[in-house]
Design a protein around this ligand. Sequence first.
Ligand SMILES: Nc1ncnc2c1ncn2[C@@H]1O[C@H](COP(=O)(O)OP(=O)(O)OP(=O)(O)O)[C@@H](O)[C@H]1O
Ligand SMILES: [Mg+2]
Length: 254
Amino acid sequence: MKRSLVIGVFSAKGGVGKSLIASNLGAVFAERHKIPTVLVDLAAGLGGADLLLDVQPERTWAALLPVMDELMPQHLELAVTPHASGLHLLASPEVPDLHADMQRPTLEALLAALGQEYTLVLLDVPTGLGVLNVAAFHLADIRLVVMTPDAPALRATQRYVGGFAQSEKPVGLVLNQYGRGAPVNPKEIGEHINRPVYAVLPVDSSAVWANISYGKPCALKRRRGLGHALRRLASATLKAAKRNALWEYDSSSN
Ligand SMILES: Nc1ncnc2c1ncn2[C@@H]1O[C@H](COP(=O)(O)OP(=O)(O)OP(=O)(O)O)[C@@H](O)[C@H]1O
Ligand SMILES: [Mg+2]
């Protein structure tokens, strides 16, 4: 059975930039690296990947729940929404209750089916430590844990990552919205969490504004700033996937 690489984007605190990062990585993998990639927005009720990509999904993964035990390529083809970059989006349903139906066995079945069709599966995972979040954390091959440089995020991330301390698979800490005046720097964060910061992404309000207003991933459109940092993160994560390690990313030149 074919199996794809599964990269999950997680966070302990909400609103730190998971969907922005996941949608941009997906667009870069698909357009620049020509890797057949699907982005699964797991945040039922609150998902935002469709907004960031400016697509209007006709179906979501809710349509797959009744056929999860017998998923065929045709089911997936009908459920995904293509983006101009070549990325496919499996959008999140509007109904929050559906999280109860998307638990570990269902997610495993979905990943197995997607593995037949795509080389890379990106998961935009809801915040925190819910059942689906924990399942996704265990099933992902690579986990990018996003945080912002502030005390509440730092403490929550320390607890979150600490809770998965036994995990043998790579965890890469991504510090997003980092800029001048941040109360902590990447080195201090690494020391506090006992894990090096894997990548630093700058505050870049104009890139994010354009991304959200026009649905054009800034990693495909912007030469500098956040766009550049996101492209670097995409390349480094692919290289790390080959080595099964995330520690050699050099964020100093971001
Ligand atoms: N590097 C950045 N520079 C400036 N603004 C940013 C950056 N990253 C994220 N943002 C802002 O943070 C907001 C939240 O981003 P996003 O929706 O991706 O977070 P999230 O972690 O997916 O949230 P949720 O927990 O609700 O799913 C964005 O609308 C954007 O305004
Ligand atoms: Mg989100």
